[in-house]
Write a new protein. Sequence first.
Length: 155
Amino acid sequence: MAFRLTAKTKSILNQIEKNPSVVLDIEGIDLIISSSITFKNVYWDDDNITWDMDGITWDGAYQDPNTKNYLNLKESTNAITQQIYPDKEGSSSITSALFSIVDKNNEIAQTLSLNSIGEILGKQCDIYLGFVTAVYPDDFMPVMRGIITSYNPMP
């Protein structure tokens, strides 16, 4: 599968040091969970910015307030596995990945609670890969789209 690279992504690829960033986008919540601070392009009608803010320029980017860098890559899966089940009709393989999310100030527990979004199991989850300082979703590539089948909150 080929991806069209943006100018920003090409610029990052030409750098000597590249730091990856992973983003989880879960259906039903406004919060985007990331492994690093994530940026968003500036648009004229964006409700999250005012033109008086420091560093805001017409063609620039700003830190997305709906993104939290709570994804812990050291405790998460570093490989995506696939298992082929030829006896399952209509499905050639099952892909799985495990992610560790830091629950700072109980924010994730409140966001994923039954009162907030209902049942987390069965929700669509999209996983994107990009680089630190890249703009989400423009400079990120979809790696996996799936359904949440397990959720284990740790005390």
